[in-house]
Design a protein around this ligand. Structure first.
Ligand code: H2B
Length: 116
């Protein structure tokens, strides 16, 4: 099982305040488990942009991300444009990164990309 797949198999932990954002080796260890399409921005959030042939495919993928987010009760910021979907993920409660963000990113990576 790939490391990203291992993350994808976990469930997001309910967001609670009062915990420090991930940093240093903890953050690096989780980032290394993600598919290379993801990047860590300013140690604050994860981001990834997916490209599609048209708006319809991008919208379908946006909705698929939304389903995962609702199931996990952990939500990304999603920007939908013709042929593009950008997801940015961080834990709003602590304005930084927690393991739940990496789990959500791994689940998004595991989604089938629309091609029809
Ligand atoms: C009340 C609800 O559980 C919380 O607001 C959840 C919803 N989804 C969330 N998503 C993200 N990314 N961060 C949060 O802190 C968060 N909190």
């Amino acid at each position: 099982m790939t490391e990203s797949c291992a993350l994808a198999g976990k469930s997001c932990i309910p967001c609670k305040g009062g915990v420090p954002p991930l940093s240093g080796k903890e953050l690096t260890a989780l980032a290394e488990q993600l598919s290379p399409e993801w990047s860590v921005e300013s140690g604050h959030h994860l981001t990834c942009t997916y490209t599609f042939k048209n708006f319809k495919q991008a919208l379908a993928f946006t909705n698929a991300i939304g389903e995962v987010a609702e199931h996990e009760n952990h939500h990304p910021e999603i920007t939908l444009t013709w042929g593009l979907v950008t997801a940015r993920i961080w834990t709003h409660k602590i304005d930084g990164l927690t393991e739940s963000d990496f789990i959500l990113a791994a689940k998004i990576s595991a989604l089938e990309k629309p091609t029809s």
